[in-house]
Design a protein around this ligand. Structure first.
Ligand code: ATP
Length: 539
């Protein structure tokens, strides 16, 4: 369990989120609904900024990634092929004494929902045996509610990318290696939603499927697969990268993204899944964790962190499953491979053929295909490789928007206390968001509200900035109070229009005071320079 001080921190964050309109309980006027959250005005802006930054970094800034926006409800056959219908479940147990319902792997952490004060860690009532509880929300498509109409709300955005792979490949003028990115809602009927928005039942994901050549194809074309150091950024992508280099690259790219929006590396932790944790088809998975206040601590007292994003090397499992279940080919043809294969020494060609055959046969057998049929299919696949055909492998960086929003708020939260001349101490909250994600970029404040020329000038400054960024105009209350309100909303800059702006000191005509949130520093800037000064800070 996190220590009590940290739960106090979490309570403060939750209460700030409500008080300032970052996050509200869904359906609150009806008592709420467990595991569902709404984003208020500041939260909606914060979320939009994060999603825009991700989209920008993952697609528009790159030559090799394109976007997709698929439906939430898809053919149920997709979830059969992906394995979700059969295996996307948590082990659930009931307590026969307190009637609480738990995840079998989390009984030590979860307060009993029936008698929370009594049963935290202490209800020793007899438990039922664990049973699999499928996390997918089920619904019906069309007017008849029978088995043939069953459909699911997607539990992840990734599968649509696989299902549309061939359409995108055919239309986007991209060749492997390339990626398809998608963000959007996902739904999981979590047994025990908890830790505020961290584990919700409706949430948003930002996922990239980056398709790469199998290592055997790289070896055939380039002679060998590049070796890269297992830590640090491996640099610009190279044509001879195999899955390990690409995996390392995406882990480091994602860390750069987090650093670029204010989550320093020391706020993050990393978990490399052990072979026993890895899915049978995965070759590696690194989870990027954020040290949330509710995280557990390790033996040295350090916060261990909780998952923000997983970056998995998933082999060719996903496309292969959809090929098998849909009967439609999911492979690609690679000219370079075909040309290179023809020039390979026989021994090398045989070795690559055999390794590809073994991998394909292994996948097919693990997926339940009978050995003889698997051997035949794997032979066809390896013969295909020799002709330039393969099913792409994939590296999948999969992140949760809501967890990231919570991490950004927890990371930004700080308090500052001031004692006045009467000895009264006031504690103020400052959200130190990186300007890129801050919901409001600039507060525009006329020094007083009862001087029409000042107000008119301030409104003109607001209108000047508005096309470029989210601006908040505030004229009510003392300027100090207005600064405090913006600090609490995480606004990095405030611009104050005063009498000097109007030319009281002629040399200061048409200049404003720009105040920095984090250190209270103030500087004088010409109005005409404001946009050019602000834009590089917030982009
Ligand atoms: P966990 O182990 O915490 O349940 P997971 O490994 O099942 O997460 P993935 O299936 O890899 O998660 O989903 C990718 C990302 O989606 C996660 O890293 C997380 O950020 C987000 N995510 C998953 N489940 C939830 C949830 N219930 N609420 C909010 N975000 C979620």
């Amino acid at each position: 369990m996190a220590d009590p001080k940290e739960n106090v921190q979490m309570e403060k964050i939750v209460s700030l989120c409500k008080r300032r309109g970052f996050v509200f309980q869904s359906s609150e006027i009806y008592g709420g609904i467990n595991g569902f959250w709404d984003y208020g005005p500041l939260g909606a802006e914060l979320k939009r900024n994060v999603k825009d930054l991700w989209w920008h970094a993952m697609t528009r800034q790159r030559e090799d990634v394109v976007g997709l926006e698929a439906t939430i409800i898809m053919s149920p056959a997709i979830w059969k092929a992906s394995g979700h219908v059969d295996t996307f479940s948590d082990p659930m147990i009931d307590c026969k004494t307190c009637k609480g319902r738990f995840r079998a792997d989390q009984t030590d952490e979860i307060p009993c929902p029936q008698k929370p004060s009594k049963c935290v860690n202490e209800c020793h009532g007899e438990k039922t045996a664990p049973r699999a509880f499928n996390l997918m929300f089920q619904t019906y498509v069309g007017p008849v509610q029978d088995d043939s109409a069953v459909a699911y709300l997607r539990p992840e955005t990734a599968q649509a990318i696989f299902a549309q792979f061939k359409n995108v490949e055919a239309t986007a003028r991209q060749k492997v290696p390339f990626g398809i990115a998608q963000m959007g809602k996902a739904f999981r009927n979590e047994v025990t939603p908890r830790n505020f928005t961290f584990r919700s039942r409706e949430f948003e994901q930002m996922e990239l499927e980056f398709f790469i050549k199998p290592d055997e194809a790289i070896e055939a074309i380039h002679g060998a697969v590049a070796t890269v150091p297992t830590t640090g950024h491996p640099g610009e992508p190279q044509p001879n990268w195999g899955w390990q280099a690409w995996h390392q690259y995406w882990v480091e790219e994602r860390v750069r993204f987090y650093e670029g929006i204010g989550l320093d590396r020391n706020t993050l932790a990393f978990h490399r899944q052990t072979p026993s944790e890895l899915a049978h088809y995965a070759r590696a998975c690194v989870d990027i964790l954020f040290k949330f206040p509710f995280s557990k601590r390790d033996e040295y007292g350090e916060l261990k962190g909780e998952e923000l994003e997983g970056i998995a090397a998933r082999s060719d499992f996903d496309l292969s499953q959809h090929a098998r279940f849909s009967g439609k080919p999911m492979g690609v043809f690679d000219d370079d491979l075909r040309a290179a294969w023809g020039k390979l020494p026989k021994e090398k060609a045989d070795d690559l053929w055999r390794r590809y055959y073994d991998n394909r046969k292994g996948y097919l057998e693990r997926s339940g295909v009978a050995p003889e049929a698997a051997a035949k299919q794997a032979t066809d696949d390896a013969n295909g490789l020799a002709k330039g055909q393969y099913v792409p492998h994939v590296i999948e960086p999969s992140a949760g928007v809501d967890r990231l929003i919570l991490a950004l708020i927890a990371n930004a939260y700080s308090e500052s206390s001031k004692t006045d001349e009467k000895g009264q101490t006031e504690t103020r909250v400052i959200l130190r968001f990186h300007p890129r994600v801050a919901p409001i970029k600039v507060g525009v404040l006329p020094l007083v509200k009862n001087k029409p020329e000042l107000v008119a000038k301030a409104l003109a400054v607001r209108d000047l900035l508005r096309p470029w960024m989210n601006v908040y105009y505030d004229e009510s209350g003392a300027v100090g109070r207005r600064y405090a309100r913006q600090d609490e909303a995480g606004t990095p800059f405030c611009v104050t229009i005063d009498f000097d702006t109007l030319g009281e000191k002629p040399e200061l005509l048409d200049t404003v005071t720009l105040r920095h949130r984090d250190d209270g520093r103030q500087e004088r800037l010409a109005i005409r320079d404001l946009v050019n000064w602000l834009l590089p800070q917030i982009r």
